[in-house]
Design a protein around this ligand. Structure first.
Ligand SMILES: Cc1cc2nc3c(=O)[nH]c(=O)nc-3n(C[C@H](O)[C@H](O)[C@H](O)COP(=O)(O)OP(=O)(O)OC[C@H]3O[C@@H](n4cnc5c(N)ncnc54)[C@H](O)[C@@H]3O)c2cc1C
Length: 507
């Protein structure tokens, strides 16, 4: 009897695959694979021939694809039938870096914890084949000249503090893992328009293999309507569709948050020498970061008020380069006094002085050329009140959007993807319906406190540096000195920013 059922399901899988190819692959070469006869995936051809999936991931950005790749890497989830819904053209082509081309301005600083995750799902080997830049030193200072902090990977006995990678490389590397896996995957080059699901009711009275319509009517499947007119059904819908998430909106999940009255300008710049350090200086209107991205290139992330941002975006290339060099040197205020002796008045607090406490203040390498367009992004903080509801889970920016000042946004999203794939695997091991809110709540319980803690830290830093006020300036100076010299504090900051310590700095 089981064998008959298995044969029946295999037949419907094959049938479903053919339909999907005909209906949705006219513009993108999309493949499905995997031959697990036990898969629940099938298309019911009597009442509703729309494809049915275990999971529909809405949004194939870095985090959506990370979830698919994480599912593909686990024995319990690698044969699932997964739909990825996104009309982003990047999903339809393999991104390769052409030699000599400057890096794309959209990059992410990934933490050691993210690198471990990407190694675990098999994506890091593809990233290593393309452009990326490890860095082992970081310098943070502000325009008042009252102090600076240097961080060195050796402070925590590590080789690196992080790595800067182009977003398209992160995305395409994970996509390669998905494409080479056994996961039954279908990419729908469309957008989600609407979503319907009904309250759950008993399955009694249905046949051995209930139809898609029956399962939908009994609340076991969500129905998604796509912008190209197709419908798909899934047991679980994952919103990985960014800060303006349609899934979140359709699921009725509220958010809290605010817009910062700040925009970020990002671009690629070139030096005459290679940059190996991540630099960040806090200016009166927001921080400017200069991040290494390999060869003689760096990436600029410069936060400022919206009017200044529009001016900086449209000013001549020469004026922009001069403004960047000013902002990273003597513009707005003096260099901090270089102590660099390791014999600070604060060292008595620790007894041991970390390696970077002996490092002198340095001036970043000069920018000589603008190597990409300047792109501008409005900045906001947004947090979903719930990460899950019945048949829905949110990951990445759809659940939380943070200020980019510490380069943590997508790192939090990767941690979400990892946690959700683990919860799904646990559900499968227990034979639970993977769309059930009770199972999904395990994922929420793991990620919400960690994300809220990081959001609070980042928002606190943003506010602390957004004000020019005497006593607060002194406090900032004390913070620089404390972080620079107090060894245990510095170690905790590095391990928190590396994603290796999940909760507060002062536990
Ligand atoms: C200036 C700046 C610098 C940053 N630097 C860093 C950094 O250094 N390190 C770091 O960790 N983070 C950084 N971030 C944050 C990081 O970019 C985001 O956290 C990350 O892009 C979120 O990824 P995501 O996949 O969740 O969402 P997104 O990247 O927004 O992807 C969402 C996807 O969903 C698709 N989509 C949207 N709506 C629909 C729909 N209705 N139907 C189907 N598909 C849909 C979109 O096409 C898109 O492909 C930075 C952000 C900014 C603005």
């Amino acid at each position: 009897m089981n064998r008959v059922l298995a044969r029946k399901q295999l037949r419907t899988n094959v049938c479903g695959t053919t339909k999907i190819f005909r209906r949705t692959f006219s513009t993108h070469p999309v493949s499905t694979s995997g031959s697990n006869e036990k898969s629940n995936a099938k298309t019911n051809s009597i009442e509703d021939d729309s494809p049915q999936h275990d999971i529909a991931i809405v949004g194939g950005g870095m985090v959506g694809i990370a979830l698919a790749a994480s599912l593909a890497s686990k024995p319990l989830t690698k044969h699932l039938n997964v739909a990825i819904i996104d009309n982003n053209p990047l999903l339809g082509r393999k991104s390769t870096i052409e030699k000599g081309h400057p890096p794309d301005p959209r990059v992410s600083t990934v933490t050691p914890a993210t690198i471990s995750f990407l190694k675990g799902i098999g994506a890091w080997k593809y990233i290593e084949e393309q452009r990326h830049a490890y860095f082992d030193k970081m310098q943070v200072w502000d325009y008042t000249g009252l102090g600076y902090t240097r961080y060195n990977a050796k402070d925590v006995d590590q080789d690196i503090l992080g790595c800067v990678v182009e977003n398209k490389v992160l995305q395409s590397s994970q996509l390669s893992c998905v494409q080479e896996s056994d996961l039954q995957k279908t990419i729908y080059p469309a957008r989600l328009n609407s979503m319907n699901m009904l309250p759950s009711s008993s399955l009694t009275g249905l046949g051995e293999v209930p139809s898609t319509t029956d399962l939908f009517m009994r609340g076991r499947l969500a129905k998604l309507e796509l912008s190209d007119g197709n419908n798909v059904y899934a047991k679980l819908v994952v919103g990985a569709d960014g800060s303006k998430s349609r899934v979140r909106e359709l699921a009725g999940i509220k958010t809290t948050g605010w817009n910062y009255s700040q925009n970020a300008i990002i671009c690629t710049v070139e030096h005459t020498v290679e940059n190996f350090t991540a630099w960040q200086r806090f200016l009166p209107n927001g921080p400017i970061a200069l991040l290494p991205i390999g060869d003689k290139f760096s990436n600029i992330v410069w936060t400022m008020d919206p009017t200044e941002a529009s001016d900086r975006k449209s000013m001549s290339e020469d004026d922009f380069i001069k403004a960047v060099n000013d902002a990273l040197d003597y513009g707005y205020g003096p260099h901090p006094e270089t102590t660099g002796s390791g014999g600070s008045s604060l060292s008595w607090l620790t007894g041991d002085v970390n390696i970077s406490a002996k490092e002198r203040f340095e001036t970043p390498p000069k920018v000589v050329k603008l190597s990409s367009e300047r792109m501008m992004f409005p900045l906001s903080l947004r947090h979903a009140k719930d990460y899950v509801s019945n048949r829905v889970a949110l990951v990445g920016d759809s659940a939380h959007t943070v200020h980019p000042l510490a380069g943590q946004g997508v790192n939090l999203g990767f941690a979400d993807a990892s946690a959700l794939s683990r919860a799904i695997a646990e559900g499968i091991a227990l034979g639970t319906d993977i769309g059930e809110a009770n199972l999904l709540k395990r994922y929420e319980a793991e990620r919400k406190p960690a994300n809220i803690a990081m959001m609070a830290v980042l928002d606190g830093i943003q506010k602390m540096y957004a004000v020019n006020f005497g006593p607060l300036n002194a406090l900032r100076a004390a913070a620089f000195h404390g972080a620079h010299y107090i060894s245990p504090l510095k170690k905790r900051i590095i391990s928190y920013a590396s994603g290796e310590q999940s909760l507060p700095l002062f536990s």
